[in-house]
Design a binder for this molecule. Sequence first.
Ligand code: DAH
Length: 339
Amino acid sequence: MQQKISELLDSAKLQIESAKDEASIEQLRVAYLGKKGEITAILKSMKDLAPEERKALGAKANEARATIENLISSAKDTAKEAAKSIRFAAEKIDVTEPAKAISLGKKHMITQTIEEISEIFASMGYSVTEGPEVETVFHNFDALNAAPNHPSRDLTDTFYITEDTLLRTQTSPVQVRTLQSTKPPIKVISPGRCFRADSPDATHSPMFHQVEGLLVDEGVTMADLKGTLDYFAKKMFGADVVTKFRPHFFPFTEPSAEMDMSCFKCGGKGCRVCKGSGWIEILGCGMVHPNVLEVGGIDTEKYTGFAFGMGVERIAMLKHGIEDIRLFYENDLRFVNQF
Ligand code: DAH
C-alpha cells in the first residue's frame, strides 16, 4: 500500500508538471482527488486496515493528498497566468499607432459658389432669403409681367405640376414673394434651384442654380445697379475686371440689361474663356418694372428698385475652368475634391 501511494504521488507529479492548461489540470484533480479518484479510493480503504497500520498509512495517504492538492493549485495558478499573458498579448493595442484619418467631406462647388456670392452681397448689407422650388404660375410668370404668350411658359420649356403650379424656371419669383411680404427698404438676395425642360449637354441642365437680387428704396437709380454689380464682379473675379451693360429685354425690368465683364483670364485680349471676344456675359439685370412693384402694393411714385439674376453654375464654370455643367451633378469625388 505504501508503495502504491508513493507510485501515485510520483505519477501525479509527472502528469501535473506536463499538463499545460487549466482544463487538463482539473481532469487530473478529478482523477486523483475526486469522489472516485485514486487517492480518495486509498483513503476510503483505510477503514479495512488494522488500527496501527491505518495510522501510518493514513498519515502517508493524507500527506500525498495534501501534496497533490498543492501541486494542482499552484499548477492551476501558473496555467491561469500563462493564459492571461497570452490573452493580453493578443489584445495589446499600440497607442502610438497613428489613427485612421477621418474624412470630413467637402462642400460642393455649387454650395461654395453660392456662399461666396452671398458673402459679397452680405458685405453690402443684403440679407439672404429663399423661396419655394414648386411655385405658382402667378409668382413665376404673371406677377413678373410675363406676357400670356411668353415662350418660356410653354409646356415644352417648363415642368408643370398642375395648370397653376410648376417647378420654378428662375429665382425671380422670390422677388414677388419678398415684395408681397416686406416693406421697403428691401435688400435681399435669394439663391436656389431652378428647373427647365432642357436636354442636358455641356452647358445645359434641366436643374441648375441661380442667385436673384432685389433692392427697393427711395431714389434708387440705374447708377446704383451699375455700381453694385460692378463691385460684385470685381470681388468675384478680380479687381482688374471692368463691366459694361448691354440693353436687353426681361419682362420684369425696364430698362433691362445684361452685364458683361472684361475677360479675367486674358484681360480683354481674347482667349478661349471669352471665346475670343474679350468679354464674358455674366448676369441679367434691370430696374424693377412698376407692374411688378405694384403686385407687392409698393408705391411706385415713391419707390424704385433694381433686380438681377445670375447662374451659379455659369459663374463657377468660368471661375474654375469647368467645361461641362454635368460634372456638378455626377458626384464623382475626383471632381468634387478638386475644389
Ligand atoms: N430671371 C432671369 C433669367 O432666368 C434672370 C434675371 C434677369 C433676373 C434680370 C433678374 C433680372 O432679376 O432683373 O434669365
